[in-house]
Design a protein around this ligand. Structure first.
Ligand code: ATP
Ligand code: MG
Length: 314
């Protein structure tokens, strides 16, 4: 049986600062609690978290030929992520986000576009997709993937035997056309609540999940922040609550949730148990700064999953 995970799509560097409740006047300086930076984005963030959870991971994406790109490479390499399919695009900066997290956990942010959205189906990416047990598609909206190539690599991964998961980042209305191409090859579609409602025009998350399943998704798991998750699978139609935590920084909760779900499935867990593990993964990530937060390992997450308290209602 094939093992490991390949992710394709967006790679960024997140620079997270907390707590910023107001900008200093003029050119003033304010001392704050902390600043952290880490590889992030729907592909690289999920890849980094899955590697931390012990999976062999390959990343197909792009960085620029700048210091930030080299830093992203170094951090992913240290985490054990296979970067054979990570391109360095000459003359471009790396995609970077600065997030100013306030004391209430809100995270207004500033993004500079760069190479990170230019992931493409290279021979290395295709080989990675065909070699793994799980393929995570996080490339919707990518100019080199939309319109056919993205669906092609997803189909290739599926035909080679991978379980396919799919997540979104800031989708435009046109993402629905892309989803029509992709979802027939997707086993678990995992959008956020806001994305699901925006794309389907529905007012209810179960109704939105039904739309995605009608478009071909095997299952639909909708991430709903502190309200937990909506899960619609064959024979399953339920909500699962989030954990009761004091969030420090919810940056990358969605990406880490996907990684946790995949890592638990990889260990043979049933999908609903994997959703619980995903929820615990995101809860640990939310309790520290940046992509990994307080996440340590699969085993530590499993322990925390049993010790943390679930919120009352989903
Ligand atoms: N405040 C919170 N308290 C507890 N759990 C949380 C909180 N925020 C997020 N989570 C957990 O993280 C999961 C994913 O978060 P969210 O729904 O915000 O995803 P997302 O919008 O895709 O995030 P991202 O902005 O990272 O893409 C939730 O389903 C929940 O389990
Ligand atoms: Mg998300």
């Amino acid at each position: 049986m094939k093992t490991g995970l390949a992710c394709i799509g967006l790679t960024t560097l997140d620079v997270v600062a907390r707590a910023i409740d107001a900008l200093p006047e003029g050119e003033g300086t304010t001392l704050i609690e902390g600043i952290a930076c880490a590889p992030a984005g729907t592909a690289a963030g999920t890849a980094l978290v899955a590697a931390k959870l012990g999976m062999p991971v390959k990343l197909a994406s792009a960085v620029g030929d700048d210091l930030i790109g080299r830093f992203i490479r170094m951090a992913l390499d240290e985490a054990g992520v296979d970067l054979t399919a990570l391109e360095t695009l000459p003359g471009l900066p790396s995609s970077t986000t600065v997030l100013a997290v306030d004391s209430a956990g809100r995270r207004p942010n500033f993004h500079a576009l760069g190479a990170g959205i230019l992931a493409q189906v290279t021979p290395e990416a295709l080989a990675a997709a065909r070699s793994v047990g799980f393929f995570h598609y996080a490339g919707i909206g990518g100019p080199r993937l939309d319109g056919g190539p993205g669906a092609g690599i997803v189909q290739a991964a599926r035909e080679a035997g991978a379980i396919v998961t799919c997540d979104l980042i800031s989708p435009q209305a046109t993402a629905l056309d892309e989803l029509k191409r992709l979802l027939p090859f997707v086993d678990y579609f995992m959008p956020s609540a806001a994305e699901a409602l925006f794309l389907t025009g529905r007012e209810d998350l179960f109704a939105a999940a039904d739309v995605f399943r009608e478009l071909g998704a095997g299952g639909c798991i909708i991430k709903n922040g502190s309200r937990g998750s909506v899960v619609v699978l064959d024979g399953v139609r339920t909500t699962l609550p989030a954990y009761l935590i004091k969030p420090v920084d919810t940056t990358s909760c969605g990406d880490s949730y996907c990684a946790g779900f995949i890592a638990a499935l990889d260990r043979g867990w049933a999908p609903l148990e994997a959703v619980r593990f995903a929820t615990a993964t995101a809860a640990l990530v939310a309790q520290g700064l940046a992509t990994l937060g307080k996440l340590e390992s699969f085993e530590a997450t499993e322990t925390a999953m049993c010790q943390m308290t679930l919120r009352e209602t989903a």
